[in-house]
Design a protein. Structure first.
Length: 216
């Protein structure tokens, strides 16, 4: 696995423009953001933005690719058993604030591009479930598809709701320290859920609400 994804810490003009675009799209939405505003935020001319990306759609494509880059890097780290590597975690956390803010706004605004992106993440989640628990999540089954869709929604909800989460925590949203704190809270929540799913109460409620009378 590469030590870092492309453009991590990259201060090239193209990367600076892309990062400014991600901030602008997150703050103003795709419709509200302007090429001139992005150029000003990046400290370059409008002509240079057009030279590198052509149009606002080209800029958004570059932003979407940055999101996919983070996903690929994380997936590779998981496959290599390196997700707990301090260097890997440092890279992921440093990339997370701007990416999460961009994705959170894009999911609320909606677009074909973000729909495709979410579909890719859901497909990756589906593959993960099938490869990790093949007896429970049969490849291609409706149950696996549904579970992957819900799992993706759970994992991305903190992007959409981060301003509310941070307000409750009394901290600023979309910072590295906030990403770390939400991560710790997520671990706490999932560990509590693991205890809950092992309880007799859980098995009774699951059986009662299952469309399959066997509770499967």
């Amino acid at each position: 696995m590469r030590a870092t994804p492309d453009a991590v810490g990259d201060l090239t003009t193209r990367a600076r423009i892309r990062d400014a675009a991600m901030e602008a799209f997150a703050e103003h939405g795709y419709q509200g953001a302007t090429m001139r505003g992005i150029a000003a935020a990046a400290g370059v001319s409008l002509g240079l933005v057009q030279h590198h990306f052509g149009t606002k759609d080209g800029l958004r494509s570059a932003c979407d690719e940055r999101v996919l880059e983070l996903i690929r890097f994380k997936t590779t780290a998981i496959d290599a058993g390196r997700l707990s590597d301090p260097q890997v975690l440092s890279i992921l956390i440093s990339m997370a604030p701007v990416v999460q803010r961009y994705v959170g706004r894009a999911m609320v605004d909606g677009s074909t591009a973000i729909d495709d992106l979410v579909d890719q993440v859901m497909s990756a989640s589906e593959a993960y479930l099938s490869s990790t628990w093949p007896d429970r999540f049969e490849p291609g089954s409706p149950r696996t598809r549904d579970a992957a869709a819900v799992l993706t929604a759970l994992n991305t909800s903190t992007m959409v709701l981060q301003a509310h989460i941070a307000r409750r925590m009394g901290i600023e949203p979309f910072t590295e320290s906030t990403v770390r704190r939400i991560g710790q809270a997520t671990f706490d929540a999932y560990e509590a859920i693991a205890d809950l799913t092992a309880s007799e109460w859980w098995r009774e409620v699951r059986a009662a609400t299952s469309p399959d009378p066997t509770g499967a």
